[in-house]
Design a protein around this ligand. Structure first.
Ligand code: SAM
Ligand code: SF4
Ligand code: SF4
Length: 373
């Protein structure tokens, strides 16, 4: 199991709970990936999430509420988006620094034209030890039926689909867009048919909106080979009017499902896995819960995020990023870009979820649709 570090009481300094930060970071000139780059809490850099667009065809109330992301919202101009060659060049540098897993996200990544070409370019990346990089994608599934085969053929390894309800009315109340549950389910079926296995289906649970869907959702995917995962509603961005009362703790989700379909816990696949795994006692599959609010997992967080225009964020809740896109376009060479990545990661001391309960976290956060989930 991943080491879960408890939420800090307000009076206890955070550093007392994670190993003591290293003194002022020594700059490693460029990584060879065999000695992992470590942050101030000794967390290695292992995962990279790349946002390929800040746009979306949904307006999920917990992510891009229409009041904020309306027709007058200023999305990035096309020229600001990193081109596929630029993304690949940066991704290579991250892989050289120890990244083993890349997740393509957004916004809605399937809105990015010819995304399969980027997948093809990233699919050939290898770690310094000569292993293939795990390449995954998170999508709302609306365009999956059209895209699944192309993504598979391009070399995408795994797939996560977000789906917040099986009931159309509840689904629309969550995503505020004109898509049906059937379209997403069809996308999942197509993805399965073209060879994606163990597809993860993510449901963000919001009390009073879709929590009545927990059991039907578990029932629907039980025995399907897919992995239903229940995510605690988080206070990402500045526009979702988040309230703690709307969070259904994962332990309640597990209790509700366990009462009908007995469950037993499973070990994590690897250190730093965000989902806690459970399996049905009758052998009909696995589910997961992601407890970012009630059981923060900052202590094992090895994730960096690259925004659509090339800013590097070291936490989902960061207020600013370090620019890689501008220096890249101004002609910086690989060693210079690598140095920016190294310095940024070595200075990292993010642990927002752990600070949340203490009220110590500060300032305006970046929107999740911009840096990717
Ligand atoms: N558009 C794609 C999708 O929805 O799958 C990819 C981007 S989305 C930002 C990535 C993930 O973040 C989704 O699974 C979504 O449900 C999750 N997410 C967004 N806002 C959230 C929130 N406030 N709390 C918890 N999860 C959230
Ligand atoms: Fe779009 Fe995904 Fe955010 Fe929903 S969660 S608004 S689908 S980016
Ligand atoms: Fe990682 Fe930040 Fe989330 Fe903590 S709050 S798990 S540091 S992304």
């Amino acid at each position: 199991m991943a080491t879960h570090i408890p939420i800090f009481p307000a009076s206890v300094p955070v550093s007392a709970h994670i190993s003591t930060p290293a003194p002022a970071a020594t700059i490693i000139p460029s990584g060879d990936g065999t000695t992992p780059l470590r942050d101030t809490f000794q967390r290695p850099l292992r995962d990279l999430r790349i946002s390929v667009t800040d746009r979306c065809n949904f307006r999920c109330t917990y992510c891009m509420p229409r009041e904020t992301f309306g027709s007058d919202y200023a999305f990035l101009p096309h020229s600001a988006l990193l081109r596929f060659e630029e993304i690949t060049r940066l991704a290579k540098l991250f892989v050289a620094q120890g990244v083993q897993k890349i997740r393509i996200t957004g916004g809605e990544p399937l809105l990015r034209k010819e995304l399969e070409k980027l997948i093809e370019m990233l699919a050939v990346l290898q770690t310094p030890e000569g292993k293939s990089v795990e390449l995954t994608l998170t999508t709302n599934g609306a365009l999956l039926q059209k895209k699944a085969r192309l993504l598979k053929e391009a070399g995408l390894t795994r797939l996560t689909v977000s789906l917040d309800a099986l009931d159309d009315t509840v689904f629309r109340a969550m995503n505020d867009a004109d898509y049906s549950v059937a379209e997403v389910l069809q996308g999942i079926n197509t993805a399965h048919a073209v060879g994606f296995e163990n597809i993860k289906i993510n449901m963000v649970v919001k009390r009073g909106t879709n929590d009545q869907e927990i059991l039907p959702f578990a029932r629907h995917f039980k025995g399907s080979g897919h992995i239903a995962r229940f995510i605690e509603y988080m206070d990402v961005g500045n526009s979702n009017q988040w309230q703690l009362e709307h969070v259904v703790p994962s332990r309640d989700v597990i209790a509700r499902i366990h009462a009908e379909f007995p469950l037993t816990s499973l070990d994590a696949n690897y250190t730093g896995e965000v989902a806690e795994r459970w399996r049905y006692v009758d052998g009909s599959g696995e589910i997961g819960v992601i407890s970012s609010v009630t059981q923060p997992f900052c202590g094992d967080c090895t994730r960096a995020r690259l925004s659509t225009e090339g800013k590097l964020f070291t936490c989902l809740f960061a207020s600013h990023g370090v620019d890689l896109g501008a220096p890249l376009r101004q002609g910086s060479d690989d060693a210079q870009l690598q140095n920016i990545i190294t310095r940024c990661w070595q200075a990292r001391d993010d642990r927002y979820s752990m600070l949340r309960s203490s009220g110590l976290q500060d300032g305006k956060k970046i929107e999740m649709s911009y840096i990717g989930g």
